[in-house]
Design a protein around this ligand. Structure first.
Ligand SMILES: NC(=O)c1ccc[n+]([C@@H]2O[C@H](COP(=O)([O-])OP(=O)(O)OC[C@H]3O[C@@H](n4cnc5c(N)ncnc54)[C@H](OP(=O)(O)O)[C@@H]3O)[C@@H](O)[C@H]2O)c1
Length: 322
């Protein structure tokens, strides 16, 4: 089968399209014929050698990609809840061999039925970013109906899902983005959209219940400022788990009587099913800003590395599977 692998860490030039053996599923795994794979910032972070949170877990050679949509081809002997031929989506094996491949074998528990209303290409853009938003908002942030949430990076992959999930849950949603994306953030359902360059949230907002840092900015001073918008008892959640809270941040949280949480995403079937229902009932839409063929994987990485992708990028692996 074809797979995009790396044998060394480095720039886009280390990405190699190779012929390798098809993986064999373990007892608790499914073998998925991958039709499309989402592209996420972590793909090129791993390609470059990882960060402090990841480095120790990376081995070479490695097949990249942790966002898959495809069809179940084989089942491990202990797998229940799926049948051969089922259309599925999920987050395979992070940070092991992933979904930039014609087939991937991964734990069945990390997959769920693909939302009916989405093509495989659209579905591949959902799992990792959506689960990260879900984990951050409802796991660590404990967001409830009627609360006010500030979502930083609301035009990106994680932030765009977060805006829609928070609205669907009945929260009042304020999102930050650059000027050209404010209309897009409103179109996702945000009650307010702020330009992070000219409208600093800390000058405009107070009494926020939850801040979700879903922007790629890793800047302590900006974080400390953002804490000022929280009410006493509020929660600051960051999905940037590689960038822990420093002393100044801990002091700011204590001053505000707020708490801080770092939120790694959890690949859970029940959450993927809930997300799929929101999509199939038109409460959440999926924005795919660009689809690349597998042969242009390096260009997909270059675009992701700009940190200004609206919605998601997807690699098409088996276009005839649509
Ligand atoms: N914890 C986890 O498991 C997990 C999983 C996935 C991602 N992440 C992290 O989550 C973050 C977002 O990932 P993503 O996939 O959503 O990235 P993305 O799709 O590239 O989105 C980045 C978004 O951030 C916005 N942005 C760029 N600079 C900004 C700034 N200075 N202030 C506010 N917003 C800014 C951009 O908006 P404009 O284009 O409008 O400027 C863009 O829409 C990354 O740091 C990533 O590492 C964590």
């Amino acid at each position: 089968m074809k797979a995009v692998r790396i044998h060394a860490f480095g720039g886009p030039e280390v990405l190699q399209i190779e012929e390798i053996a098809r993986p064999v599923p373990a007892v608790d795994e499914i073998l998925v014929k991958v039709h499309a794979s989402g592209v996420n910032p972590v793909d090129w972070v791993v390609r470059e050698g990882g960060n402090d949170a990841l480095r120790a877990y990376l081995t070479l050679p490695l097949t990249l990609g942790w966002d898959a949509a495809g069809v179940v081809e084989e089942l491990g002997s202990q797998v229940t809840g799926f049948r051969k031929g089922d259309a599925v989506y999920g987050v395979p094996n992070f940070p092991g061999n992933g979904s930039y491949a014609e087939y991937c074998a991964a734990k069945a528990s990390q997959f769920a039925p693909k939302p009916h209303s989405l093509s495989f290409t659209e579905a591949a853009g959902v799992p990792l970013a959506a689960l990260t938003a879900w984990t951050g908002l409802f796991g660590h942030g404990q967001l409830r109906a009627g609360q006010r949430v500030l979502i930083q990076g609301a035009s990106g992959g994680v932030g765009g899902f977060a805006v829609q999930f928070a609205k669907a849950r009945g929260a009042y949603v304020i999102g930050t983005a650059s000027a050209g994306n404010l209309g897009y953030v409103k179109s996702l359902g945000a009650d307010e959209a702020l330009d992070y360059r000219t409208q600093p949230a800390e000058n405009l907002l107070r009494d926020i219940d939850v801040v979700l840092e879903a922007s790629p900015l890793r800047d302590n001073a900006a974080r400390v400022n953002a804490v000022r918008v929280l009410k006493a008892g509020g929660i600051f959640v960051s999905v940037n788990v590689d960038f822990p809270f420093d002393d100044a941040m801990q002091a700011a949280l204590a001053d505000q009587q707020a708490t801080g949480e770092l939120a790694p995403n959890q690949a859970r079937r029940d959450w993927l099913e809930e997300i799929g229902q929101l999509i199939d009932t038109n409460q959440v839409k999926v924005t795919i800003s660009r689809v690349y063929p597998l042969a242009q994987v390096a260009d997909a990485h270059r675009e992701s590395q700009t940190w200004h992708v609206q919605g998601k990028l997807v690699l098409e692996i088996n276009p005839s599977g649509e």
